[in-house]
Design a protein around this ligand. Structure first.
Ligand SMILES: [Ca+2]
Ligand SMILES: [Ca+2]
Length: 196
């Protein structure tokens, strides 16, 4: 009788230890999984910040290009703030030159947000670097109405075509350590011809 009770006590102890072991393993698994998920969502967030930085830089590049075309500045200091601090001086020549440029955003970015004290309003630890390239110019056939949406040039001839200048924007957004995103976009600037 006594022996039997001792055996029962021993069995209960073994079962308790086994249950505790199983619970411990489940607990470790749960903690590991949630830590992994936290890390993954953290990576996702840094990637999104990098992507939106790159993406929101594209309109900046287009506006800078338009300004240079319309105002023909002789130097970068003639650009309005904060563009005068983030635009590389080579961009003015690039916009008007028919010779394609071979620069890139790593080597010599045409726009670098870090050169502005406010980082162009982007969050801290974020960088926008962009390469603006004039790709090609081509004559457009057809009437002004056809190009009405992109019309910004001179001389509205009803039957006149114009010149379309293509620009490419290679935008790099960087956030924190290692998170980066690249977005590429284009813009066609249409210049009308007088007396068309
Ligand atoms: Ca350049
Ligand atoms: Ca360029």
């Amino acid at each position: 009788m006594r022996m039997s009770r001792l055996t029962e006590k021993g069995s209960a102890l073994v079962v308790s230890v086994l249950v505790l072991l199983v619970l411990t393993v489940i607990g470790i698994y749960a903690v590991t999984t949630s830590t992994m998920e936290t890390k993954i969502s953290g990576f996702e967030r840094t990637y999104k910040v990098a992507f939106y930085t790159a993406d929101s830089g594209l309109p900046v590049g287009v506006e800078v290009t338009k300004y240079i075309i319309h105002h023909v500045p002789s130097g970068i200091d003639e650009l309005p703030s904060p563009w005068n601090s983030v635009v590389d001086s080579s961009l003015i020549d690039e916009v008007f030159s028919e010779t394609p440029s071979s620069d890139d955003f790593n080597n010599a970015p045409d726009i670098n947000s870090q050169n502005d004290t406010d980082n162009l309003g982007f969050p801290s630890a974020t960088t926008l670097k962009m390469d603006v390239d004039r790709l090609a110019a081509h004559y457009l056939a057809g009437g002004a109405i056809e190009f009405g949406a992109g019309y910004e040039g001179i001389g509205k001839g009803a039957a006149g075509g114009g010149v379309g200048i293509l620009f490419g924007y290679d935008s790099l957004g960087q956030y924190a350590v290692g998170a980066s995103s690249e977005v590429y976009s284009g813009y066609r600037h249409v210049v009308g011809v007088p007396g068309g």
